[in-house]
Every structure is written in C-alpha cells, then in structure tokens.
Design a protein around this ligand. Structure first.
Ligand code: ADP
Ligand code: MG
Length: 393
C-alpha cells in the first residue's frame, strides 16, 4: 500500500500561505469551459483549506504552451468558473512567479497564471521551483492527472519544503485509494475493458492488466489491431500497425487473463458520411477494403455484458467505438450501462472514456471516475508516479 501525507493531517496556522497545485487542464472551446469536472473535483479540498484559514495560492498547467506565454492557454476562464462554483472571490496574478502573496488573508484565494508559460515547469527546473517556493510556506498537491510527470511544480517544488509542510489533497488521496483497489485486488472476477483509438501508449498497462485481471475485453480501434495481428483482414479500419507485434505477444502470453476479442463489428464505408452501415458484420474471415470498423457489434456486446455482469471488480479505459458519432456509439453506451449495473467496484479512467460515461448518463453509478487518464494507466502498470512518491510517508 502506498501511504501519503494528506491534507487532513497537515498542520498549519490560520493565515498560512498554502501552494495548492491543481489540474485545471480543462477542455476549452474558445474561452468557454466545456467540462468543469476537474475544477469541481477540487472543491472539497478548497473548502477544507478555507475552513482552516489557509491563504490559498492555486497553480495549474493548461494545454501545451511549450514554455511561452500564449493567450489561448490562459487560466483566466478557469478563474471565473472557479469563483462561480465556489461562491467566493478568486484573485488573479498574471504570472505564476514574482507574485507578492504576503498580503493574502486567511481563506482568500489567488489563482496564478499557467505554470507552463515558463519552460522551467516541464524541465523540472530547480531555479523555477525556487521561485514558486517563495509564494508559500505549505504545499498541497491535488493534480492527480499530472502526477506521472516529473515537472517542477509536481516534483522539484515539494522537495523544497520541510516534509511535514507538504501533503496530497483530498482528490489525490481518493484517486490513490480507488486505483489501489484495482492493483491490490481482493475482489474477483476482475474484468478489464480496454478500447480507444490505439494500442501505442497503452502497452504497459495492457501488459500489467493481463497479469492482474481474469478477463481483458478488447474493443475500439485497439480491437482492430488485435484482430489484424491474428491475421484478420481489417479492410479500411484504423489499425495501429506498429503495435501488431505487441498485440500478438499479449495474445500468446500465458498470463492470468483471458484476452477476449470482438466476434462482430459495426462497419461502414465512411466515418463522416456513411452511406452503408452493416451493424452486425461478423469478424469471420475479415473485411473488404471499403469496410471500416467503428464499433463493436451486438453479439460482442452480449458477450461482454455477460462478463461484466459476473465481475466484482471492473476497470474501464477506452471507448468501444467512435462514440462521438451516434451511429457508432451503441457499443460504448451498452458497456457504460453494463459497467454501471454490475454489482462490482467500478473504476473508469481516460479522457474520452470519462466523456463517454458522462454522455451515457451512468456516471453517478460508477464507484470511481479517475480524473487522470495517463496517470491512472501508469499507476496500474506499476509505474511509480513522481508526484505521489515525494508525498509518501
Ligand atoms: P481514453 O482517452 O479514454 O484513454 P483514447 O484516447 O485511447 O481513450 O481513445 C479515444 C478515441 O478512440 C475516441 O475519440 C474514439 O472515437 C476513438 N475510437 C474508438 N474506436 C475506434 C475505431 N474503431 N476507429 C477509430 N477510432 C476509434
Ligand atoms: Mg484520449
């Protein structure tokens, strides 16, 4: 078990300046926040900090400005949304360093501009961390989605505080608690549902999951690659050819889990303007050149539903198809329902996976929705997360 120092254990006097690292890397359409989950998830820690009289300096990254000030990656829209959600005034600083925080009073909040406007952030630069250190006397990290990156505000910075002045926030503690349930499995059968566009980037989690889970059900573009690796002609479907060797190796490995592949798929001639859709195209001998697989078919859905029904622990990452299009959303929506209805501990992680579970209307019936896609996958693969390691007791 990984134990970290947590916010509820952190001792500080009223008025103490607390650097609160959050992951407000929210999806933006212009300056409108299309999903505020990452802000909402920090409200419990913020309320606790305010009740205990912390003067709170909030810091986050947003997008990939690559060390330069770029207005489209400004955290200003976040400031407004946070003030609205919290029902409190949020002060603003145009830069994350060189800010005078000495006048910030107990329970007041100050959001500083995007950490990644400075190249030092992604370089884990000590001098940049030392500048951030000047802002506060205590450090709290709730940016689970960024904990797999050794960046200055995640790694170098907390090391500059006395250990007892640093802690993980309530969100970080919750993420760790549930993800540890997946890795220290006591509940079986453990069924993993994996999909999404590609295998690349998910190889290590897949290799870890075949050792941990009882069944790994594969869908989405990932399934195309597995089927192609088995020699099935996949027509015009998205296949991650670079990962076919890995897929082969995973299927041939005699690890604990049985790897289950689709038996039918939804195929169409085009994603954007489909004129012909076959909703139950058997995998059988494969597909013609003009056929592209965009979802799992009804027989596969039935099979996967049956596996999920019996599960006691479920981890889901990656949509079963191009759920963004109504024509190809059925498989993903059916899996969302099946995961929600299972009498099991259920964990869903991954950017688009979380979007899909929310779109399905079943989000409130999931045990834990992870705010960190990459971080949750790395954690499950057994990798240590730099942001968590520095906070261990
Ligand atoms: P997550 O963010 O949950 O980890 P990914 O980023 O790996 O998931 O993949 C999500 C994307 O995969 C979705 O936007 C979806 O449209 C796409 N996808 C799923 N199945 C297919 C498919 N058969 N062909 C093409 N794209 C697919
Ligand atoms: Mg994604």
């Amino acid at each position: 078990m990984i134990q970290i120092r947590t916010l509820d254990q952190l001792q500080f006097p009223p008025g103490a300046r607390v650097f609160y690292r959050v992951d407000y890397n929210v999806p933006l359409e212009g300056t409108t926040i299309s999903d505020a989950t990452r802000i909402e998830e920090t409200l419990p820690s913020l309320r606790m900090l305010r009740e205990r009289g912390a003067a709170i300096i909030l810091a986050s990254h947003l997008g990939r400005p690559k060390g330069e000030r770029k207005e489209k990656y400004s955290l200003k829209p976040v400031r407004e949304k946070l003030a609205e959600l919290l029902g409190a005034d949020v002060q603003w600083a145009d830069d994350c360093i060189g800010v005078d925080t000495s006048k910030l009073q107990a329970s007041e909040l100050l959001l500083v501009e995007n950490l990644r406007f400075h190249a030092g952030e992604e370089k884990n630069d000590g001098a940049f961390a030392a500048e951030l250190r000047k802002l506060a006397d205590y450090y709290v990290n709730d940016a689970f989605g960024a904990c797999h990156r050794a960046h200055a505000s995640i790694d170098a910075l907390p090391r500059l505080f006395p250990k007892e002045n640093t802690a993980g926030g309530l969100l970080l503690a919750k993420e760790l608690e549930f993800l540890q349930k997946v890795t220290n499995i006591s509940e079986r059968p453990f069924v993993a549902l994996m999909g999404g566009a590609k295998i690349a980037g998910k190889i290590e989690p897949l290799e870890a999951l075949i050792k941990l889970a009882d069944k790994v059900l594969i869908g989405g573009g990932m399934a195309n690659t597995f089927l192609a690796a088995r020699g099935v002609p996949m027509g015009g479907s998205l296949v991650d050819t670079d990962s076919m060797d890995v897929a082969q190796r995973i299927m041939e490995s005699h690890e604990r889990a049985e790897v289950v592949l689709p038996v039918d798929l939804v195929v169409a001639d085009s994603l954007d303007n489909p004129t012909e859709i076959d909703e139950e195209a058997e995998v059988g001998d494969g597909y013609a050149e003009n056929e592209k697989a965009f979802d799992i078919g009804p027989r596969t859905v039935k099979r996967y539903e049956a596996e999920l029904k019996d599960a006691k622990l479920i981890f889901w990452n990656g949509p079963m198809g191009v759920f963004e299009k109504e024509e190809f959303a059925k498989g993903t929506m059916a899996m969302a329902r099946a995961v929600a209805e299972a009498d099991a501990i259920t964990v869903v992680g991954g950017g688009e996976s979380v979007e899909a579970i929310k779109a399905s209307g079943f989000a409130d019936r999931i045990t834990h929705i992870s705010t960190g896609g990459g971080a949750s996958l790395e954690f499950i693969s057994g990798a240590s997360l730099p942001g968590v390691e520095v906070l261990r007791t």
